[in-house]
Structures are given as C-alpha cells and as structure tokens.
Design a protein around this ligand. Structure first.
Ligand code: NAD
Length: 492
C-alpha cells in the first residue's frame, strides 16, 4: 500500500521520522490506508512554508475576485469527485454512504458560498465626523492560520475552515484527525489541481499531542481554529496565549430536544430519531436530551421504542444500512461505560445498552441504538456528551420547567422545540442559551447561517458572513483631505 503523504510548501513528502499510521475501516477493522505520521519538526516546516507564503507570496495580495475564482474551482472539483470522496468518507468513518453524499454536496456549497461572498467584500466607507476626510474600513487576512479538525465530520468541518480562510487571503496549515485524514488528503490534491500557489495550504498528518500542540503554541501562527472536544479546546486556548493568537473553538454539545404535547406526534417521533441516530450519534449537535411533556411521555416513548427496535445496523456502503458503527474500539468502550454508568445512577434502560449480537457485525465497533428513561439533570448521563447512539429522556409539566431543564447544561451548542403553537415556540427559543435553535426541525444547517456555541460549546462562529470575518482583520484607513497645522507644540 502506498503511504499517504503530508503536503508542505507544494510538495507531497513523507514525515521526517518516517513513521506511519494505519487507517482502519470501523465497519470491519480492515486497513484502508497507511499514512505518514508527522511530528513537531514537520509541523514547524509547514508553518514556515505558510509564513513565507503569507509574508512574501502572491496569495494575500491577489484581489478577492482572483481568490474567489480559485476557491470556486475547488468547489467544482469536489463536485466532480463527489462520489469518490463520499465512498472514502464512509470507509474512513463508518457513516452511511447517503450521509457522506449529503456531506459532499454541502462541502461544495460551502466553497462556492465563500467564493461568492468573498468577491463582493469591498470593505466599507464610514461616515467621518471630521470635515474634508475619508474614513473607510478594509478587511485584510489575519495571516497564518492553524486549523484542527475532528473525526466525526472530517471533510465537512475542514471545508468550514478552509473556504473562508482562503477567500480572505490567509495561508494555512491543516491538521485533520489522525483517525480520519483520507478525504482531507484528497481535497488537498484537488486544491493543488485548482491552482492554489505553493505554501498557501499545507497539510500535516499526525497526533494532537505532537502536531496539534505545536500548532497551538507556535509563535508564527496568528490564528487557530479548532473543532473537537472541550478538554482539547481548553488545552489549545491555554497554548494560544504564547503569542495571543486569535482563537475559535467549536466544541461539544449535549443538546436538548423539547417535545410539547401539541406537537405533530408522528413527525416529532421521526425527528427525535433523526436528531440522534445519524452517524450513530457522533454528531456535535445531536439532540440526545429528549425532554417530553408529562402527559404524552409514555405514549411517546412507546412509539419511539417501536421505531428504534427496527433500526438496521450495518456496512455504510450497503444501501439498506440505517446506522453504521462507532469510530473506534476506544470510543465503543467509552459509550458502553457511559450507558452502564447511567443505569447505575438510576436511569432505566428502555432499549439497547449493549453491542449487537449479530455475528455479521462482530468485527465492527457497533453499539445498539439506546434509550434511557427516568433521567434527571443531576445525572452524568444527562450532563456529559456521550457522543454515541444514546437518547436520555426527561419529563416536564410546564413551559418554564422545559426551558429550565434545557438550559441546565455546561454546553450551549443547539436545541430543538416541537409544538404547533409558534408563539410558545418563540418564547422558548428566545430563552434557550444555544448558538442554534430549531423550531419543529433538527440538525438543519447551511452555509448562509452562522454555526457555533454558547457556554462551553465554544466561541467564534463558522459559516455565514461571520465565518469569513473570523479570518479577517479590520483596518480603519483615515485620510485627511485638507491637512492643517494645529500649532499646539512650541509655536505659541
Ligand atoms: P478531540 O478533541 O479528541 O480531537 C479533535 C482534534 O484535536 C483532532 O485532530 C486531534 O488530533 C486534535 N488534538 C488532540 N489533542 C490535541 C492537543 N493537545 N492540541 C491540539 N490538538 C489536539 O475531538 P474528537 O474526538 O476528534 O471529536 C469529537 C468532539 O468534537 C466532540 O466533542 C464533538 O462534539 C466535537 N465537535 C464539535 C463540532 C462543532 O461544530 N461544535 C463539530 C464536530 C465535532
């Protein structure tokens, strides 16, 4: 098997230490690729390439329109190779091919969206209070950006960072998750094909403790954008104090999904499943905290259970499969312990709670879709992000109580409210402390709308116009058209 290489200063090269890492298909543990394992020295070289390309290269000085053209070409190439990319994402993550196909459509759209808004960004002329002057604000790139992504949506999360950074004129070093680097490697090939100048986008492949840590503390990195767990986010924020880097953190979530008794029940049940079981619950915005009105609680849970029983687990490449495996053996153990502890602290196991017995699945990291009822907010299983196919169910009697429960979390990424009373829905979402709230919907996002967290779900926004602003410095240029002597000093 050919070793997949890192991409530094326009060259595909092996890591200095010549070490490698095996990439595993979580469905059957087959080795699907061998990847070079970068370390601190490779990372330093990648940073130097990005620094040189920013300080001396053409990219930051091109017009927005010229940069937009290259980024639009990247979108076209992703669309051209979408099926290949989707299959690769499924092999690497275990998610169903249909989900990977949606991801690839979204990813091409993200590149196109930023190309389109970037080339219309002409800054702003602002009213000046001083006569005979012009005051304007121009947007400039921040500089050298480090971008670190997680394993659950490898290429989607990468696209949210790459597209705005490039359009804004930055240079960058990306570090994908060491478990799922394959589609990111492929997109770096496409970026090269699209004509991105050398040194503008660099790719290092390796562990967080080596490559990630070096990126976070390095004095020549001006901005770090991170998506991943809150514990890692904390370390990155601390390391970034070295040179007061700009920091953006997209962290975890433990997201409430409130069901009122006047919701359309069939639709709400269907979406309570969608909220959690896509990609086996390994979704930052998964609506894993189901909060159900008391009077419908029992019927709702019965109906939910009947649907959960029928969920088809299997190979993501098989079009009958509804839910794939978890990402790794370690993660499977983590989810399993999380559920066991939930039961120990008093939750009732309604369904699931174990690995499947089906021998056809025994080589994969599968865990059954699980529902825990009788949950309360003092339980760790309600507060901690399990990041698996696990729903916890709480009950409420009043609107105020539902909102209080929903907000009782250190996280604030997303939340949902299901009711046919839109005034009630508005009252709820206005009080919910989360970056995204859905009324009668779940997990919907698109390039035009900002994405990010409140509280320990992080800060900074991706997507939308704010996603571009994260990668820009604003410069105020003031021109005095009629300069006059003031005669204040030494001329009295
Ligand atoms: P993780 O924090 O373990 O790893 C994320 C990335 O950080 C990986 O590339 C990893 O190698 C790197 N890393 C690890 N230690 C590091 C260090 N000390 N310094 C620098 N980098 C380091 O997260 P994960 O397990 O890959 O992803 C799952 C988490 O990501 C969940 O908490 C999920 O909610 C979160 N997530 C959030 C969003 C969002 O939009 N808010 C989206 C996707 C995933």
């Amino acid at each position: 098997m050919n070793i997949k290489k890192q991409f530094i200063d326009g060259n595909w090269i092996l890591a200095n230490n010549k070490e490698t890492r095996e990439i595993i298909n979580p469905y059957n543990q087959e080795i699907i690729a061998i990847v070079t394992e970068s370390d601190e020295t490779d990372t330093q070289e990648a940073i130097k390439a990005a620094r040189d390309a920013f300080d001396h290269g053409e990219w930051p000085n091109l017009t927005n329109i010229e940069r937009g053209r290259v980024v639009r070409k990247i979108a076209d190439l992703i669309e051209r190779d979408a099926e290949e990319l989707a299959k690769l994402e499924t092999l690497d993550t275990g998610k169903t091919l249909e989900e990977s196909r949606w991801d690839m459509e979204d990813i091409a759209e993200v590149f196109r969206y930023y190309a389109d808004i970037g080339d219309k960004d002409g800054g702003e002329v602002i009213p000046s209070p001083i006569p005979n002057s012009v005051s304007r604000v121009v947007n400039e790139p921040v500089g050298v950006c480090a971008q670190i992504t997680p394993w659950n949506y490898p290429l989607l999360q990468a696209s949210w960072k790459l597209a705005p950074a490039l359009v804004a004129g930055n240079t960058l070093i990306m570090k994908p998750s060491e478990i799922t680097p394959l589609t990111t490697i492929k997109v770096f090939e496409l970026m090269e094909e699209a004509g991105l100048p050398k040194g503008v986008a660099n790719l290092v492949l390796g562990a967080g403790s080596t490559v990630g840590s070096e990126l976070s503390k390095h004095m020549d990195v001006d901005l770090i954008s991170f998506t991943g767990g809150v514990g890692t986010g904390r370390k990155i924020m601390q390391a970034a104090t070295s040179n007061i880097k700009k920091v953006a953190l997209e962290l975890g979530g433990k997201n409430p999904n409130i069901i009122f008794k006047d919701a359309d029940m069939d639709v709400a049940i269907d979406n309570a499943l969608n909220a959690v079981f896509f990609h086996a619950g390994q979704v930052c915005s998964a609506g894993t905290r189901l909060i159900v009105e008391d009077t419908i609680h029992d019927d709702f849970i019965d109906a939910l259970k009947k649907r959960v029983e029928k969920i088809v687990l299997g190979n993501g490449l098989d079009d009958q499969t509804e839910m794939g495996p978890l990402i790794s053996k370690e993660h499977l153990e983590k989810v399993s312990t999380y559920v066991d502890n939930g039961v120990k602290e008093g939750a009732t196991l309604l369904i699931g709670g174990t690995k499947p017995k089906d021998t056809a699945l025994e080589n994969g990291f599968f865990y059954l879709p699980t529902v825990l009822t009788d949950c309360t907010t003092d339980m760790a299983v309600v507060q901690d992000e399990g990041f698996g196919p696990v729903i916890t169910v709480e009950r409420f009697t009043t609107e105020d109580q539902a909102i209080k429960l929903a907000n009782d979390s250190v996280y604030g990424l997303s939340g949902g409210v299901w009711t046919q009373d839109l005034a009630k829905a508005e009252r709820c979402v206005n009080k919910m402390r989360m970056g995204t709230v859905w009324i009668n919907d779940v997990n919907n996002y698109f390039p035009q709308a900002p994405w990010g967290g409140y509280k320990q779900s992080g800060f900074g926004r991706e997507l939308g116009t704010t996603g571009l602003e994260e990668y820009q410095e604003q410069k105020h240029i003031f021109t005095n058209l009629k300069p006059e002597a003031m005669n204040w000093f030494g001329n009295k």
